[in-house]
Write a protein that binds this ligand. Structure first.
Ligand code: C2E
Ligand code: MG
Ligand code: MG
Ligand code: MG
Length: 289
Protein backbone atom coordinates (compact mmCIF):
# COMPACT_ATOMS: atom_id res chain seq x y z
CA UNK A 1 0.00 0.00 0.00
CA UNK A 2 1.97 3.00 1.23
CA UNK A 3 5.63 3.02 0.30
CA UNK A 4 8.09 4.37 2.79
CA UNK A 5 10.29 6.89 1.03
CA UNK A 6 13.04 7.66 3.49
CA UNK A 7 12.62 8.28 7.16
CA UNK A 8 9.33 9.70 8.47
CA UNK A 9 8.06 10.03 4.97
CA UNK A 10 5.26 8.05 3.45
CA UNK A 11 4.45 8.46 -0.19
CA UNK A 12 1.13 7.30 -1.58
CA UNK A 13 0.76 6.14 -5.16
CA UNK A 14 -2.27 7.13 -7.22
CA UNK A 15 -3.90 3.67 -6.82
CA UNK A 16 -3.42 3.96 -3.03
CA UNK A 17 -5.21 7.26 -2.97
CA UNK A 18 -7.99 5.88 -5.12
CA UNK A 19 -8.37 2.88 -2.84
CA UNK A 20 -8.50 5.13 0.19
CA UNK A 21 -11.09 7.43 -1.25
CA UNK A 22 -13.18 4.47 -2.41
CA UNK A 23 -13.17 3.08 1.09
CA UNK A 24 -14.09 6.46 2.51
CA UNK A 25 -16.92 6.88 0.04
CA UNK A 26 -18.18 3.36 0.65
CA UNK A 27 -18.28 4.02 4.39
CA UNK A 28 -19.98 7.37 3.92
CA UNK A 29 -22.84 6.06 1.81
CA UNK A 30 -23.37 3.02 4.04
CA UNK A 31 -23.53 4.73 7.44
CA UNK A 32 -27.24 5.40 7.47
CA UNK A 33 -28.30 1.89 6.51
CA UNK A 34 -25.65 0.41 8.82
CA UNK A 35 -27.33 2.20 11.73
CA UNK A 36 -30.77 1.04 10.63
CA UNK A 37 -29.77 -2.59 10.17
CA UNK A 38 -27.86 -2.81 13.43
CA UNK A 39 -24.46 -3.26 11.79
CA UNK A 40 -23.42 -0.19 13.72
CA UNK A 41 -23.85 -0.89 17.41
CA UNK A 42 -22.58 0.30 20.76
CA UNK A 43 -20.33 -1.34 23.36
CA UNK A 44 -20.14 -0.12 26.94
CA UNK A 45 -17.05 -0.08 29.13
CA UNK A 46 -17.37 0.07 32.91
CA UNK A 47 -15.73 2.86 34.91
CA UNK A 48 -14.89 1.69 38.41
CA UNK A 49 -14.25 3.31 41.76
CA UNK A 50 -10.65 2.58 42.82
CA UNK A 51 -11.67 2.64 46.48
CA UNK A 52 -13.93 -0.40 46.29
CA UNK A 53 -13.94 -1.65 42.70
CA UNK A 54 -17.59 -0.81 42.16
CA UNK A 55 -18.82 0.12 38.71
CA UNK A 56 -20.10 3.70 38.87
CA UNK A 57 -20.58 4.55 35.24
CA UNK A 58 -20.27 3.32 31.65
CA UNK A 59 -18.71 4.76 28.51
CA UNK A 60 -20.55 4.15 25.26
CA UNK A 61 -18.21 3.28 22.37
CA UNK A 62 -19.48 2.94 18.84
CA UNK A 63 -18.79 -0.33 16.99
CA UNK A 64 -19.16 -0.99 13.28
CA UNK A 65 -18.62 -4.54 12.17
CA UNK A 66 -18.58 -4.11 8.45
CA UNK A 67 -19.42 -7.31 6.51
CA UNK A 68 -16.54 -6.81 4.04
CA UNK A 69 -14.10 -4.51 5.79
CA UNK A 70 -14.24 -5.96 9.29
CA UNK A 71 -14.25 -3.84 12.43
CA UNK A 72 -13.98 -0.16 11.51
CA UNK A 73 -11.89 2.06 13.79
CA UNK A 74 -14.30 4.43 15.59
CA UNK A 75 -12.15 7.42 14.57
CA UNK A 76 -12.47 6.45 10.92
CA UNK A 77 -16.22 6.06 11.32
CA UNK A 78 -16.54 9.44 13.01
CA UNK A 79 -14.56 11.20 10.27
CA UNK A 80 -16.65 9.50 7.58
CA UNK A 81 -19.84 10.44 9.42
CA UNK A 82 -18.73 14.05 9.70
CA UNK A 83 -17.98 14.23 6.00
CA UNK A 84 -21.28 12.58 5.09
CA UNK A 85 -23.21 14.92 7.42
CA UNK A 86 -24.30 11.86 9.39
CA UNK A 87 -22.52 12.70 12.62
CA UNK A 88 -25.65 14.04 14.32
CA UNK A 89 -27.80 10.96 13.55
CA UNK A 90 -24.88 8.68 14.51
CA UNK A 91 -24.36 10.44 17.83
CA UNK A 92 -28.09 10.53 18.60
CA UNK A 93 -28.16 6.79 17.90
CA UNK A 94 -25.36 6.21 20.42
CA UNK A 95 -27.17 8.41 22.95
CA UNK A 96 -30.39 6.42 22.37
CA UNK A 97 -28.53 3.19 23.08
CA UNK A 98 -26.95 4.74 26.15
CA UNK A 99 -30.37 5.79 27.45
CA UNK A 100 -31.72 2.32 26.75
CA UNK A 101 -29.02 0.58 28.73
CA UNK A 102 -29.59 3.04 31.57
CA UNK A 103 -33.31 2.24 31.65
CA UNK A 104 -32.68 -1.49 31.53
CA UNK A 105 -30.23 -1.26 34.42
CA UNK A 106 -32.49 1.18 36.27
CA UNK A 107 -35.33 -1.35 36.11
CA UNK A 108 -32.97 -3.76 37.89
CA UNK A 109 -32.13 -1.24 40.59
CA UNK A 110 -28.78 -0.16 39.13
CA UNK A 111 -28.45 3.56 38.53
CA UNK A 112 -25.37 4.21 36.40
CA UNK A 113 -24.31 7.36 34.60
CA UNK A 114 -23.61 6.76 30.92
CA UNK A 115 -20.97 8.73 29.02
CA UNK A 116 -21.09 9.40 25.27
CA UNK A 117 -18.27 10.82 23.13
CA UNK A 118 -19.10 13.92 21.16
CA UNK A 119 -17.20 15.07 18.12
CA UNK A 120 -16.16 18.75 18.43
CA UNK A 121 -17.89 19.63 15.20
CA UNK A 122 -21.30 18.78 16.65
CA UNK A 123 -21.11 21.63 19.13
CA UNK A 124 -20.98 24.09 16.27
CA UNK A 125 -24.35 22.83 15.09
CA UNK A 126 -27.11 25.17 16.18
CA UNK A 127 -29.67 22.40 16.79
CA UNK A 128 -27.36 20.00 18.65
CA UNK A 129 -28.48 20.70 22.22
CA UNK A 130 -32.20 20.56 21.35
CA UNK A 131 -31.71 17.22 19.62
CA UNK A 132 -29.88 15.70 22.62
CA UNK A 133 -32.31 17.10 25.18
CA UNK A 134 -35.17 15.65 23.16
CA UNK A 135 -33.70 12.13 23.45
CA UNK A 136 -32.99 12.58 27.15
CA UNK A 137 -36.57 13.72 27.80
CA UNK A 138 -38.08 10.87 25.83
CA UNK A 139 -36.15 8.43 27.99
CA UNK A 140 -36.89 10.34 31.19
CA UNK A 141 -33.18 10.43 32.08
CA UNK A 142 -32.64 12.18 35.41
CA UNK A 143 -30.16 15.02 35.85
CA UNK A 144 -26.64 13.66 35.79
CA UNK A 145 -27.71 10.45 34.04
CA UNK A 146 -25.98 11.38 30.82
CA UNK A 147 -22.48 12.78 30.46
CA UNK A 148 -20.88 14.01 27.25
CA UNK A 149 -17.13 13.56 26.71
CA UNK A 150 -15.27 16.26 24.79
CA UNK A 151 -11.59 16.33 23.96
CA UNK A 152 -9.67 19.43 24.87
CA UNK A 153 -9.29 20.59 21.30
CA UNK A 154 -13.08 20.78 21.13
CA UNK A 155 -12.86 23.43 23.79
CA UNK A 156 -10.52 25.61 21.78
CA UNK A 157 -13.55 26.83 19.90
CA UNK A 158 -15.24 29.43 22.02
CA UNK A 159 -17.77 30.50 19.46
CA UNK A 160 -21.16 31.57 20.67
CA UNK A 161 -22.88 28.50 19.25
CA UNK A 162 -20.50 26.14 21.09
CA UNK A 163 -20.95 27.94 24.41
CA UNK A 164 -24.71 28.16 23.95
CA UNK A 165 -24.96 24.45 23.24
CA UNK A 166 -22.94 23.61 26.35
CA UNK A 167 -24.96 25.94 28.54
CA UNK A 168 -28.27 24.65 27.21
CA UNK A 169 -27.23 21.01 27.73
CA UNK A 170 -26.02 21.78 31.23
CA UNK A 171 -29.31 23.47 32.07
CA UNK A 172 -30.95 20.30 30.78
CA UNK A 173 -29.11 18.25 33.43
CA UNK A 174 -26.35 16.87 31.22
CA UNK A 175 -22.81 16.60 32.61
CA UNK A 176 -19.54 17.10 30.72
CA UNK A 177 -16.09 15.54 30.84
CA UNK A 178 -12.77 16.53 29.30
CA UNK A 179 -11.52 13.41 27.51
CA UNK A 180 -7.88 12.44 26.85
CA UNK A 181 -6.48 15.12 29.16
CA UNK A 182 -2.68 15.05 29.13
CA UNK A 183 -2.37 13.93 25.53
CA UNK A 184 -2.01 17.22 23.79
CA UNK A 185 -1.94 20.80 24.85
CA UNK A 186 -3.46 20.18 28.29
CA UNK A 187 -4.05 23.62 29.63
CA UNK A 188 -4.70 23.49 33.39
CA UNK A 189 -6.15 26.99 33.44
CA UNK A 190 -8.55 26.07 30.69
CA UNK A 191 -9.52 22.93 32.62
CA UNK A 192 -10.45 25.08 35.60
CA UNK A 193 -12.37 27.55 33.46
CA UNK A 194 -14.54 24.91 31.84
CA UNK A 195 -16.22 23.86 35.08
CA UNK A 196 -16.78 20.35 33.77
CA UNK A 197 -17.89 17.50 36.01
CA UNK A 198 -15.10 15.06 35.13
CA UNK A 199 -11.62 14.89 33.69
CA UNK A 200 -10.26 11.76 32.03
CA UNK A 201 -6.51 11.21 32.16
CA UNK A 202 -5.18 10.06 28.81
CA UNK A 203 -3.83 6.52 28.49
CA UNK A 204 -0.39 7.89 27.60
CA UNK A 205 -0.08 9.19 31.20
CA UNK A 206 -1.23 5.86 32.63
CA UNK A 207 1.26 3.98 30.42
CA UNK A 208 4.10 5.86 32.14
CA UNK A 209 2.76 6.16 35.67
CA UNK A 210 4.76 3.14 36.85
CA UNK A 211 8.03 4.15 35.17
CA UNK A 212 8.35 7.93 35.08
CA UNK A 213 8.66 10.10 38.19
CA UNK A 214 7.69 13.11 36.12
CA UNK A 215 4.45 11.43 35.01
CA UNK A 216 3.71 10.56 38.64
CA UNK A 217 4.05 14.25 39.52
CA UNK A 218 1.81 15.28 36.63
CA UNK A 219 -0.89 12.77 37.55
CA UNK A 220 -0.74 13.76 41.21
CA UNK A 221 -0.90 17.45 40.27
CA UNK A 222 -3.86 17.09 37.93
CA UNK A 223 -5.60 14.86 40.49
CA UNK A 224 -5.23 17.42 43.27
CA UNK A 225 -6.30 20.31 41.14
CA UNK A 226 -9.33 18.44 39.81
CA UNK A 227 -10.34 17.48 43.34
CA UNK A 228 -10.04 21.13 44.44
CA UNK A 229 -12.27 22.08 41.54
CA UNK A 230 -14.82 19.45 42.55
CA UNK A 231 -14.18 17.35 39.46
CA UNK A 232 -14.05 13.56 39.28
CA UNK A 233 -10.85 12.11 37.86
CA UNK A 234 -10.93 8.96 35.73
CA UNK A 235 -7.71 7.23 34.66
CA UNK A 236 -8.08 5.77 31.16
CA UNK A 237 -6.48 2.65 29.73
CA UNK A 238 -5.50 0.94 32.98
CA UNK A 239 -4.11 -2.43 31.91
CA UNK A 240 -2.07 -3.75 34.84
CA UNK A 241 -2.28 -4.30 38.58
CA UNK A 242 0.84 -2.12 38.96
CA UNK A 243 -0.85 0.84 37.28
CA UNK A 244 -3.94 0.24 39.40
CA UNK A 245 -1.85 0.32 42.58
CA UNK A 246 0.06 3.44 41.51
CA UNK A 247 -3.15 5.32 40.74
CA UNK A 248 -4.71 4.23 44.00
CA UNK A 249 -1.71 5.50 45.95
CA UNK A 250 -1.93 8.82 44.08
CA UNK A 251 -5.52 9.21 45.23
CA UNK A 252 -7.09 8.94 41.78
CA UNK A 253 -10.73 8.02 42.49
CA UNK A 254 -11.87 6.29 39.27
CA UNK A 255 -10.45 4.16 36.48
CA UNK A 256 -11.33 2.47 33.24
CA UNK A 257 -9.34 -0.12 31.33
CA UNK A 258 -8.77 -3.71 30.32
CA UNK A 259 -7.49 -4.52 33.82
CA UNK A 260 -11.06 -4.10 35.05
CA UNK A 261 -13.26 -4.78 32.04
CA UNK A 262 -13.28 -4.40 28.27
CA UNK A 263 -16.01 -2.63 26.36
CA UNK A 264 -18.95 -5.06 26.12
CA UNK A 265 -22.09 -5.33 24.08
CA UNK A 266 -25.25 -5.30 26.26
CA UNK A 267 -25.59 -9.09 25.94
CA UNK A 268 -22.37 -9.51 27.96
CA UNK A 269 -22.57 -6.31 29.95
CA UNK A 270 -25.93 -6.93 31.58
CA UNK A 271 -25.02 -10.31 33.10
CA UNK A 272 -21.66 -8.82 34.13
CA UNK A 273 -23.32 -5.96 35.99
CA UNK A 274 -26.34 -7.80 37.27
CA UNK A 275 -24.44 -10.74 38.63
CA UNK A 276 -25.71 -13.60 36.51
CA UNK A 277 -23.12 -16.29 35.82
CA UNK A 278 -20.62 -15.38 33.14
CA UNK A 279 -19.04 -17.71 30.61
CA UNK A 280 -15.94 -19.21 32.25
CA UNK A 281 -13.51 -17.32 30.03
CA UNK A 282 -14.99 -14.04 31.19
CA UNK A 283 -14.30 -14.73 34.85
CA UNK A 284 -11.07 -12.82 34.67
CA UNK A 285 -13.08 -9.59 34.83
CA UNK A 286 -11.98 -8.03 38.06
CA UNK A 287 -14.42 -5.27 38.76
CA UNK A 288 -16.90 -5.77 41.54
CA UNK A 289 -20.37 -5.58 40.15
P1 C2E B 1 -11.91 7.44 24.02
O1 C2E B 1 -13.18 8.20 24.17
O2 C2E B 1 -10.72 7.95 24.70
O3 C2E B 1 -12.27 5.96 24.49
C1 C2E B 1 -11.37 5.09 25.11
C2 C2E B 1 -10.75 4.14 24.13
O4 C2E B 1 -9.76 3.35 24.79
C3 C2E B 1 -11.73 3.13 23.53
O5 C2E B 1 -11.27 2.83 22.22
C4 C2E B 1 -11.53 1.91 24.44
O6 C2E B 1 -11.94 0.70 23.84
C5 C2E B 1 -10.05 1.97 24.65
N1 C2E B 1 -9.60 1.31 25.88
C6 C2E B 1 -10.24 1.21 27.05
N2 C2E B 1 -9.47 0.60 27.98
C7 C2E B 1 -8.30 0.29 27.37
C8 C2E B 1 -7.08 -0.36 27.79
O7 C2E B 1 -6.92 -0.78 28.93
N3 C2E B 1 -6.10 -0.46 26.85
C9 C2E B 1 -6.23 0.00 25.58
N4 C2E B 1 -5.22 -0.18 24.73
N5 C2E B 1 -7.37 0.62 25.14
C10 C2E B 1 -8.37 0.77 26.03
P2 C2E B 1 -12.25 2.72 20.98
O8 C2E B 1 -13.55 2.12 21.38
O9 C2E B 1 -11.48 2.11 19.87
O10 C2E B 1 -12.54 4.24 20.64
C11 C2E B 1 -11.50 5.09 20.22
C12 C2E B 1 -11.95 6.52 20.22
O11 C2E B 1 -12.96 6.74 19.24
C13 C2E B 1 -12.56 6.99 21.53
O12 C2E B 1 -11.54 7.30 22.44
C14 C2E B 1 -13.35 8.18 21.07
O13 C2E B 1 -12.52 9.31 20.92
C15 C2E B 1 -13.81 7.75 19.69
N6 C2E B 1 -15.19 7.24 19.76
C16 C2E B 1 -15.65 6.03 20.12
N7 C2E B 1 -17.00 5.99 20.06
C17 C2E B 1 -17.41 7.21 19.64
C18 C2E B 1 -18.69 7.82 19.39
O14 C2E B 1 -19.76 7.21 19.55
N8 C2E B 1 -18.69 9.11 18.95
C19 C2E B 1 -17.52 9.82 18.79
N9 C2E B 1 -17.61 11.08 18.37
N10 C2E B 1 -16.32 9.29 19.02
C20 C2E B 1 -16.25 8.01 19.45
MG1 MG C 1 -14.16 9.00 25.66
MG1 MG D 1 -10.22 9.06 26.20
MG1 MG E 1 -9.08 8.50 22.88
Amino acid sequence: VAKAAGRNCIRFTTPDIMAMSHRKQALQVEIRSAIETGQIDVAFQPIVSLADGRVTSLEALVRWEHPDLGLIDPHELVVAAEQASEILPLTLFVIERACNIRSTLGACGRDLQVAVNVSPRLLTLERFSDAVIDVVHRHAVQRGGLLLELTEDAMMDESETVLRNIEHLRDGGIDFAVDDFGRGYSNLGRLAGLEFRRVKLDKSLIDNVTSSARTVDIVRGIGRMAADLGMDVVAEGVETAEQFAALQSLGIPFAQGYHFARPMKPLLLLPFLLGKPLPVEKRTLRAVR
